[in-house]
Design a binder for this molecule. Structure first.
Ligand SMILES: NC(=O)c1ccc[n+]([C@@H]2O[C@H](COP(=O)([O-])OP(=O)(O)OC[C@H]3O[C@@H](n4cnc5c(N)ncnc54)[C@H](OP(=O)(O)O)[C@@H]3O)[C@@H](O)[C@H]2O)c1
Length: 429
């Protein structure tokens, strides 16, 4: 074993970074044996240097992250600051000064992954980011390496623990969205400002990363259709139950039937209770992958939290250190397939539509005609009357999102349709 240590600069020492530092210290001997050289924490960049940080030598702490990555003797930079800047500049500076990079930064990778990969490639360095999607769950490496000989057709995932906790609460207790969110906040599962989670921004970033790797095609954050889950109601859950379904916020990356294009989207959807993703409870994450040769694979585990996320960071650190010792690098970006990334209108799926209508003869026929005119075939209809008003629940066969949007627009114009109470996609069948 080499005695000269590999030097690691830790950028950020918060929820994830503090656990990375702890595991590097407590597992130092095992890590050295697995890598073939000891790993030394050479510096820790933070914003507030005076904070007490258990287990961290205060002499290592600095507020000058730029100087740390420019030192020239750093082998690996671990970026766990988050956000776009200064993380982006620090990572590119690290490459320029000879270091490889491990990051957990989904926002940055989703926005600038291609440029960062190019910078890593230009300098012959590694860029690893297993922790950026679904925390501890091994997903990036299985997609990038274990499935490199297969053809992935679909990635369907619960990749945000906060939203899964809220939806699971609504499902199991009958609570409304706000009540479930309040509980998630009180228990520390939701941040004070939950927008990134409940509006699907966090999941959309992960969908862009997953789709890019799964389909060997650049998928930008802007390519991902996004709908949050704040409009999901207790009534939607009752409807879902009647269909033998539950509701999850899903990230869905799909290859089209002809294989020529892909789509990536995040939205709440009904899935059958028999689907493996339906049983993912609480704040857990799970990703269901369908490929030509392997068939169906399910990856499940804690998608966030300091220690689980640090596990993924440490796995990358070991891989990058091994590469470093061998004078090699791991796989970089693979975007050779360069498939067309299609808009949401091209997505084909089933829909559950709940309408408030006048309770009078002929309404059902009128509504059915609108569906037929837009080429959307109806699977089932359920009608319930109350005081001259009625609710109509229509479940369709597979249709394009564009056809469904056209249908809904036309339905809204009917005098007999008082309102469209909810539209939900039905997935996983
Ligand atoms: N938390 C999770 O469960 C989780 C899961 C998966 C991925 N991630 C990703 O991991 C990354 C870190 O998340 P986190 O939850 O650990 O965040 P965090 O607790 O807010 O920690 C951020 C750290 O960065 C430091 N920092 C902020 N601005 C800085 C700057 N300009 N220069 C140097 N240091 C700076 C902060 O310093 P101070 O300590 O002085 O404030 C803090 O130590 C993010 O990209 C996040 O998306 C997190």
């Amino acid at each position: 074993m080499r005695t000269r240590p590999l030097k690691v600069a830790l950028l950020g020492c918060g929820v994830v970074g503090s656990e990375v530092a702890r595991i590097m210290t407590t597992h130092a001997d095992d890590l050295a044996a697995r890598i073939g050289a000891p790993v030394e924490l050479a510096g820790v960049a933070v914003r507030r240097p005076d904070r007490v940080r258990e287990g961290i030598d205060p002499a290592l702490v600095t507020t000058d992250a730029t100087a740390l990555v420019k030192r020239g003797d750093i082998d690996v930079v671990v970026e766990v600051i988050g956000g776009i800047e200064p993380a982006r500049t620090l990572i590119t500076t690290a490459f320029e000064h000879g270091a490889s990079v491990v990051s957990a930064n989904k926002a940055l990778l989703a926005q600038d992954g291609a440029a960062l990969h190019a910078a890593a490639g230009q300098h012959g360095k590694d860029l690893y980011y297993e922790a950026a999607v679904a925390g501890a769950i091994p997903l990036i490496r299985p997609l990038r390496e274990s499935l490199a000989g297969d053809k992935v057709n679909r990635v369907l995932g619960i990749v945000n623990g906060t939203t899964n906790f809220i939806l699971d609460k609504m499902d199991s207790t009958g609570a409304g969205y706000q009540e479930a969110l309040d509980e998630a906040t009180a228990l520390g599962y939701a941040e004070a400002d939950p927008t990134a989670d409940v509006e699907g921004f966090d999941a959309a970033a992960k969908a862009a990363i997953l789709a890019g790797i799964a389909f060997h095609t650049r998928v930008r954050l802007d390519d991902v259709y996004r709908e949050g889950m704040t409009e999901v109601t207790a009534a939607d859950f009752r409807s879902a139950k009647e269909m033998g379904c539950t509701i999850k916020l899903l990230a869905i990356c799909e290859r089209s039937a002809d294989g020529a294009s892909v789509t990536a989207r995040v939205h709440p959807a009904m899935i059958p209770l028999t689907h493996p993703l339906a049983s993912v409870r609480g704040a857990y994450n799970a990703v269901f992958v369908e490929s030509d040769a392997a068939g169906q694979l399910m990856f499940y585990g804690p998608g966030a939290g300091g220690s689980p996320t640090a596990s993924a960071v440490l796995g990358d650190l070991v891989a990058v250190c091994r590469n470093r010792l061998n004078g090699t690098t791991g796989p970089g970006e693979s975007a050779y397939a360069d498939l067309t990334v299609s808009p949401m209108g091209d997505v084909v799926t089933r829909y559950h539509i709940s309408l408030d209508v006048a309770d009078k003869p002929g309404v059902l026929a009128q509504v059915a005609t609108v569906f037929a005119e837009h080429g959307v075939s109806i699977d089932t209809v359920r009608q319930q009357g109350k005081d001259g008003e009625a609710s109509l629940v229509v479940v369709t066969h597979r249709a394009s999102d564009a056809s469904l949007s056209g249908t809904v627009e036309a339905l809204r114009k009917l005098d007999t349709v008082r309102g469209v109470a909810s539209i939900m996609r039905v997935e996983g069948e």
